[in-house]
Design a protein around this ligand. Structure first.
Ligand code: FPP
Ligand code: MG
Ligand code: MG
Length: 377
């Protein structure tokens, strides 16, 4: 019944919450040190897509209508109340209070998204942005979101430290939620991001000069993709459901949605790297091969073109390797197969939340899965 999917604008459904997102994030990132302050907030200037917070907010709203767990200590709901919000903005060694503002509920807030869930949305964007700061150093990127990358603007040292600072502030905000399971989930995400990046650096489980294609090739890639991209989305969906007090089935469904959507999202990302231009992406195109990375389109091509093995083995380092690999991928059905796999995951994501009661937010989540396949950047 794909053709008759509801068409809603996911952004509109949580527009009120999204409106405050960037401002709240910037508040979380305040530092008394002017240049740290600037570097830390740098990637919050350009309008990012805010995919992760958007998903967290939609999931929060959609699961608010689902059955509740028998009884969780209500402690979390009150945890953020009554916190001293006074801090000196000029103090460099500030005990910044990321909970500031969380307890003073503005009048416009809707009842079905909890303050803790909105804070979770901000935390996911902080962790994601921290990973981008580090990623751009590792990838030697020169542009991001249509502007010079942070490493180019501030240098590697400041970019790495800014990323660490974001993780620190995200951790404080997370701890303030006073929900041990949610803290554990998001802390695991940070470790997973590093594990995914490590798997990617290695490219294959074993270092071989002329690796052969096998089913393990795809398994390794998908595991890497889960750790690098889907872990954050899936575990924050799970955390959103947990914060709302949802029952175990709902929590698992939220996780499954996030996992499948995350995998679809990265598959599309890897595909766009082959099909779009730098201008369209707001970041360099064709970057993966240049970085020595064999992603889904190439792995599918490799299955039928053994010649690619030697190129994968030397990470496309010889003159002409990148061009040769690109040509072979374009001649193959690698792009189509990648798209087909992304579609499969998007369908699984939609199926995972089908038991949820009908709501605008649920339609929004379905639309997010569909949009993931349609996105051009
Ligand atoms: C973007 O990938 C990067 C990630 C999804 C995660 C990167 C993770 C790290 C650098 C690990 C350490 C960082 C933290 C904060 C734990 P990409 O390079 O494929 O995408 P791009 O084209 O947007 O650069
Ligand atoms: Mg990168
Ligand atoms: Mg990278």
């Amino acid at each position: 019944a794909k053709g008759e999917m509801p068409s809603v604008d996911p952004l509109r459904i949580v527009a009120k919450e999204m409106k405050f997102l960037t401002g709240n994030i910037r508040k979380l990132l305040g530092s008394g040190h002017p240049s740290l302050d600037r570097a830390a907030k740098y990637y919050t200037q350009a309008e990012g897509k805010h995919v992760r917070p958007l998903i967290v907010l939609l999931m929060s709203r959609a699961t608010s209508l689902c059955p509740k767990a028998p009884q969780r200590q209500q402690a979390t709901l009150q945890a953020s109340a009554g916190i001293d919000t006074s801090i000196s903005p000029l103090s460099i060694l500030s005990d910044f209070n990321p909970a500031a503002g969380i307890e003073s509920e503005p009048a416009h807030a809707d009842a079905d998204i909890l303050p803790s869930q909105r804070r979770l949305a901000e935390i996911t964007e902080l962790i994601h942005t921290a990973s981008l700061l580090h990623d751009d150093v590792i990838d030697h990127s020169v542009s991001r979101r249509g502007a010079p990358s942070a490493n180019l603007e501030f240098g590697n040292k400041m970019a790495v430290l800014a990323g660490d600072f974001l993780l620190g502030r995200a951790s404080v905000a997370l701890a303030r939620l006073r929900h041990a399971e949610v803290i554990e989930l998001l802390a695991t995400v940070i470790a997973n991001l590093v594990e995914g990046e490590f798997m990617q650096l290695k490219n294959t489980a074993r270092d071989e000069t002329n690796p052969k294609w096998s089913e393990d090739t795809l398994t390794y890639y998908l595991q890497k993709t889960y750790l690098k991209t889907a872990s954050l989305i899936s575990k924050s969906c799970r955390a959103a459901a947990l914060l709302g007090g949802a029952d175990a089935q709902t929590v698992d469904a939220a996780y499954s949605y996030g996992r499948n959507l995350g995998l679809a999202f990265q598959l599309v990302d890897d595909l766009l790297d082959y099909t779009r231009s730098e201008k369209e992406l707001g970041k360099p195109a064709g970057a993966d091969l240049e970085l020595g990375l064999a992603t889904a389109p190439l792995l599918f091509a490799w299955k039928t073109i053994p010649e690619l093995g030697a190129l994968v083995g030397r990470k496309f380092a010889n003159d002409g390797d990148v061009e040769r690999a690109r040509d072979l991928v374009m001649q193959s059905d690698g792009i189509e197969q990648t798209r087909a796999l992304a579609e499969e995951y998007a369908e699984k994501a939609i199926a995972a939340i089908s038991p949820f009661p009908d709501s605008e937010a649920k339609d929004g989540l379905v639309e997010m899965a569909i949009n993931t396949l349609k996105r051009k950047k």
